[in-house]
Write a protein that binds this ligand. Structure first.
Ligand code: PLP
Length: 386
């Protein structure tokens, strides 16, 4: 075992104790069972019920968003957010290659094409500086649209993703969106509880998507939400996620092709209980970060990724970044930590290398390619830490 592998193993052990310890496990310490039972007893377990309304209003309270529409998962929330922000068939949408596959899939569901761009090593999210240089070279403006000179397609939107809960440098992204006539949709699936200059991630553009999958900061089993400050987008989102049924006491009139994407009441019941505990969860995640920080500060060749100035991270997944000179040890570290019962994992394969996406337009991705080889997520649950 290499020295660095050994040190990292020892460091994790000193913080989380003896394994096995998972990467990220949910905790149900509050009213989860109570609300689920209440939901069963009400018989309203499906897509209408008081927990859905309550969950949406509590998401608004927590994020400061004016509206929230709960959906079956984060991917469907992002799909709807993109559709309502004006993404159409054969458009291109700028997304980071360094992301989870759902970001690209949601674009594809719209009939649009992902256009992969590079990230900033400081934030792990889209780099505004590299992007504006890139767009200057590859695009032109025509009739108020941003056109990709190479493909002739309209580039209609930009979708920053707040990796592992760390906010993208949104000021630069907002400027690019304005300068190039792009709608701004945030993939905030990983960043519930993360803020940029005091504003909740997902609220800085036209719409944002949250995820409440089992491995996220809080969970509804499976679930997501579209958040927006735009009343019309919110009411359209609610309409098309509920099969576009025109409200009526008995008739089945649907005025467009809708989706069955609405979050069931039983999932929202779980969500209401989870949200009651979110400040405790966020506090514990920060404590875990600080404990890791102490031990990783003493290990050469590796950094624990830390929130940047003027941002507040939810520290969803704790993240190690190996120095360039140590990247060849990544697999050895993954093997040794997993063998010792500490679930660690590399970051996702870059999206532009995946079979369905390898022919999509792609900017130079120097930072993404370097980071992909050097990132390791380490156990990030909060249960063994409170
Ligand atoms: C989890 C996640 C999603 C999708 O969420 P699901 O609820 O799993 O559909 C989208 N984008 C990113 C970056 C994610 O991490």
């Amino acid at each position: 075992m290499s020295d660095i592998s050994n040190s990292i193993n020892q460091a994790i052990k000193s913080v989380v104790g003896l394994g096995p310890v998972g990467l990220h496990e949910p905790s149900f310490k509050g009213n989860e069972a109570k609300y689920l039972l209440e939901c069963l007893e009400s018989t309203f377990v499906s897509s209408v019920g008081k927990f859905v309304d309550r969950f949406e209003s509590e998401i608004c309270n927590f994020t400061g968003s004016k509206f929230a529409v709960a959906a079956v998962n984060g991917t469907s929330a992002l799909h709807i957010a993109l559709l309502l922000s004006g993404v159409k068939k054969d458009h291109e949408v700028l997304i980071p290659s360094l992301s989870f596959v759902a970001s690209a899939n949601a674009v594809t569901y719209c009939g649009a094409v992902p256009h992969f761009v590079d990230v900033d090593e400081k934030t792990l999210g889209i780099c505004p500086k590299l992007l504006s240089e890139y767009l200057k070279n590859i695009s032109m403006q025509k009739n108020g649209n941003c056109i990709n000179i190479e493909t002739g397609r309209i580039i209609s939107s930009i979708v920053p993703m707040h990796t592992f809960g760390h906010a993208v440098e949104m000021e630069g992204i907002i400027k690019i969106a304005n300068d190039y006539n792009l709608s701004l949709v945030e993939d905030a699936a990983e960043s519930l509880g993360s803020f940029y200059h005091g504003k909740h991630t997902g609220t800085l553009g036209i719409a944002g998507a949250l995820s409440f999958n089992g491995n996220k900061t809080i969970t509804t089993g499976g679930g997501g939400a579209i958040i927006t400050n735009d009343k019309e987008i919110a009411s359209k989102a609610k309409h098309i996620t509920t099969t576009a049924k025109v409200p009526h006491r008995w008739s089945f009139n649907h005025d467009e092709v809708g989706f069955n994407y609405r979050m069931p009441n039983i999932n929202a019941a779980l969500g209401c209980a989870q949200l009651e505990g979110i400040s405790e969860i966020l506090k514990n995640k920060r404590t875990l970060f600080n404990r890791y920080k102490k031990v990783f500060d003493d290990i050469d060749g590796v950094d624990l990724f830390q929130e940047k100035n003027n941002t507040q991270s939810n520290y969803w997944l704790q993240t190690l970044i190996l120095d360039e000179s140590k990247s060849s040890y990544r697999d050895d570290i993954l093997k040794n930590t997993n063998d010792s019962g500490y679930q660690t994992r590399p970051i996702w394969d870059l999206l532009h290398t995946l079979k369905p996406y390898k022919n999509c337009p792609t900017a130079p991705l120097k930072n993404s390619e370097s980071l992909e080889k050097r990132i390791i997520n380490i156990p990030s649950s909060t249960y063994n830490n409170s």
